[in-house]
Design a protein around this ligand. Structure first.
Ligand code: PEP
Ligand code: MN
Length: 263
């Protein structure tokens, strides 16, 4: 179902009044984690002002260590709902537990499946049984084929609203947090009809590399970007080193405009 031979035309995924795919570049921005009402609202208003078209923020965080901040959970969802109300931006947030589909789907406009859960097949099937758009991040050590087969689990349950997200893979390189595989963009476009966006924040782990890789992603044909933004990255409870301040994000949006216009 994910293959180009099955479905030759590009899939366009509706998200509220917006569409992902088919040359409508969407810019998803916001903090890694929802940390407080103030932090989220401040960031949401700033990214909307700068030109973001959707808001991201994790309420349930898949942290590598069980002792790290795990997210505000239900309280975080409440703040996300308020931020959507205030800004009008559709909300993208991660789901880690199939038991929470109904609760999270009440707030989220897009359900994010994180890299660590790309092969959590029960979770893929659970979101596949909804009609919510799903942002499926590439697993940190997944081949492109494994990634498309993960998408297949969602499609096979009857949900055709799948957006792929390249977020870097693990290689021998340690200078960057991950190695952003921009060659995955044309590869996915060749193999599949699904839209693919790029997350240069997790893909590099370093703030100074985010804008250049965002420009490169769009030049390579990506259908959108996911960018982490925090009003005070030094104080961030997760992913501070890769988070842009709102002014840097605004500059990034200006820099990508000509690339989008050039199509
Ligand atoms: C995130 O988007 O905050 C996240 C945890 O990303 P990934 O699953 O790509 O590591
Ligand atoms: Mn993050």
């Amino acid at each position: 179902l994910a293959g180009r031979d099955f479905h030759p035309e590009d899939t366009v995924v509706p998200v509220g009044d917006l569409t992902v795919g088919g040359r409508h570049v969407q810019i998803i921005a916001g903090p890694c984690a929802v940390e407080s009402r103030e932090q989220l609202l401040e960031t949401a208003m700033a990214v909307r002002e700068a030109g973001a078209t959707m808001l991201r923020g994790g309420a349930y965080k898949p942290r590598s260590s069980p002792y790290s901040f795990q997210g505000l959970a239900a309280k975080g969802l409440e703040f996300l709902a308020e931020a959507r109300e205030v800004t009008g931006l559709p909300v993208v947030t991660e789901i880690m537990d199939p038991a929470l589909v109904t609760e999270i789907a009440q707030v989220a406009d897009v359900l994010q499946i994180g890299s660590r859960n790309m092969q959590n097949f029960a979770l893929l099937q659970a979101v596949g049984r909804t009609q919510k758009p799903v942002l499926l991040k590439r697993g940190l050590s997944a081949t492109i084929e494994e990634w498309l087969l993960a998408a297949e689990y969602i499609l096979a349950e009857g949900n055709d609203r799948v957006i792929l997200c390249e977020r870097g893979i693990r290689t021998f390189e340690t200078y960057t947090r991950n190695t952003l595989d921009l060659s995955a963009v044309p590869a996915v476009k060749h193999l599949s009809h699904l839209p693919v966006i790029v997350d240069p924040s997790h893909g590099t782990g370093r703030k100074f590399m985010v804008a250049p890789m965002a420009r490169a992603a769009l030049a390579a044909g990506a259908d959108g970007l996911m960018i982490e933004v925090h009003p005070n990255p030094q104080e961030a409870l997760s992913d501070g080193p890769q988070s842009l301040i709102p002014e840097q994000f605004a500059r990034l949006v200006q820099e990508i405009r000509p690339i989008i216009a050039a199509g």
